[in-house]
Design a protein around this ligand. Structure first.
Ligand code: SF4
Length: 78
């Protein structure tokens, strides 16, 4: 699903993250691995980038949720 033009909020369930790092390659502006080896968001509000929703879709443990900043609606994964 396209999220064109929206401001987005990314959340990471760090209790689920297994530290593959895949999301940090797909969405390097928005996600990084923290010192504990688990992903964390880099900014409170993100602009619309295909890589961000892709990261949420591809996370093997569904630890990433991308929401519309305006409505709170889940944009990815769907
Ligand atoms: S893709 Fe998922 S499991 Fe892998 S580092 Fe990112 S949040 Fe963690």
């Amino acid at each position: 699903m396209s999220a064109a033009g929206q401001e987005l909020v990314v959340r990471v369930d760090r209790t689920r993250c297994v530290g593959t790092g895949a999301c940090t390659w797909t969405a390097p502006e928005d996600l990084e691995l923290g010192p504990d080896g688990r992903a964390r968001p880099l900014r409170p509000v993100s602009d619309d980038r295909p890589g961000l929703t892709e990261a949420a879709e591809m996370c093997p443990v569904e630890a990433i949720t991308v929401l519309s900043a305006a409505s709170g609606e889940v944009v990815a994964p769907l």
